[in-house]
Structures are given as structure tokens and as C-alpha cells.
Design a protein around this ligand. Structure first.
Ligand code: 5GP
Ligand code: ZN
Length: 117
């Protein structure tokens, strides 16, 4: 898709405001607009990738280190957290710019909230 239409690319460019948790040259962590848990942070690469399925493994390695820093900054390492990335339609992905959800601050619950039919 054209990255001009991507809401997370707009957040990276500062065209949509965000509550930043941590940022470096390549990655950005910000609060989810509709938090599902007490702490709900999204972590994205500044460069547009449609999903986890297409991110080069080397960049994913750097993103892993960044996510660990975000967890440190949030002070959630001891109690733990859930890290999720949704991929495509069956994964339930709504924003087609790779993002990891960090859910924390309370028990995240069982793996899936919706019953399979
Ligand atoms: P997905 O379903 O694609 O895995 O998750 C998309 C997430 O992006 C949702 O949790 C939704 O609340 C969040 N979101 C969508 N638009 C915005 C926005 O403009 N700002 C922020 N901070 N979060 C957003
Ligand atoms: Zn994008």
C-alpha cells in the first residue's frame, strides 16, 4: 500500500500526534489510542513494512533490542507482559504497518479473548 495513506507513517512524520514512550533513529514506541490493558504500547519501525511477515530478520533483531528497552522503561520486566503482533486478515491486523503490542500492568488474560466458532 502507499505509505502516504498509512496512519502509522503519519505518526512517524508527526502528522498525527502520539504519546511517545521511547524513540530512536529507527523505532518508535507510543501509547495505543484505545488501550486494551492498563499499559498498552505499540512499537513500530519508522520505515514502513506491511507486517512481521516481511520485515528483514536483521532489522527484526534491532527491533527486538528496542522492544526490550521499552519494557525496561515501562518497568514491566519483573511482573511480565504480553507481546503480540497481528499479521494479515486472519491474524486480525487492522493497521497494515508492522507493530508490536505490549500489554502490561495487569494480567493479560488467556491467549485469545474471542471464542472460535
Ligand atoms: P491491529 O489490530 O492492527 O493489530 O492494532 C492496531 C492498533 O492501533 C489498535 O490497538 C488501535 O487502537 C491502534 N490505533 C489505531 N489508530 C491509532 C492512532 O491513530 N493512534 C494510536 N496511538 N493508536 C492507534
Ligand atoms: Zn506505514
Amino acid at each position: 500500500m502507499a505509505t502516504n495513506d498509512c496512519i502509522f507513517c503519519k505518526i512517524v512524520k508527526g502528522e498525527i500526534p502520539n504519546q511517545t514512550v521511547l524513540e530512536d533513529e529507527n523505532f518508535l514506541a507510543f501509547n495505543d489510542i484505545n488501550p486494551a490493558r492498563k499499559i498498552h504500547v505499540l512499537v513500530i519501525p519508522k520505515e514502513h513494512y506491511d507486517s512481521f511477515d516481511v520485515i528483514p530478520p536483521k532489522i527484526m533483531g534491532n527491533m527486538t533490542a528496542f522492544i526490550q528497552k521499552v519494557a525496561s522503561k515501562l518497568g514491566i520486566k519483573e511482573d511480565g507482559y504480553r507481546l503480540i503482533t497481528n499479521i494479515g486478515q486472519h491474524g486480525g491486523q487492522e493497521v497494515p504497518h508492522l507493530h508490536f503490542h505490549i500489554l502490561a500492568g495487569e494480567y493479560a488474560g488467556r491467549l485469545t479473548g474471542e471464542q472460535l466458532k
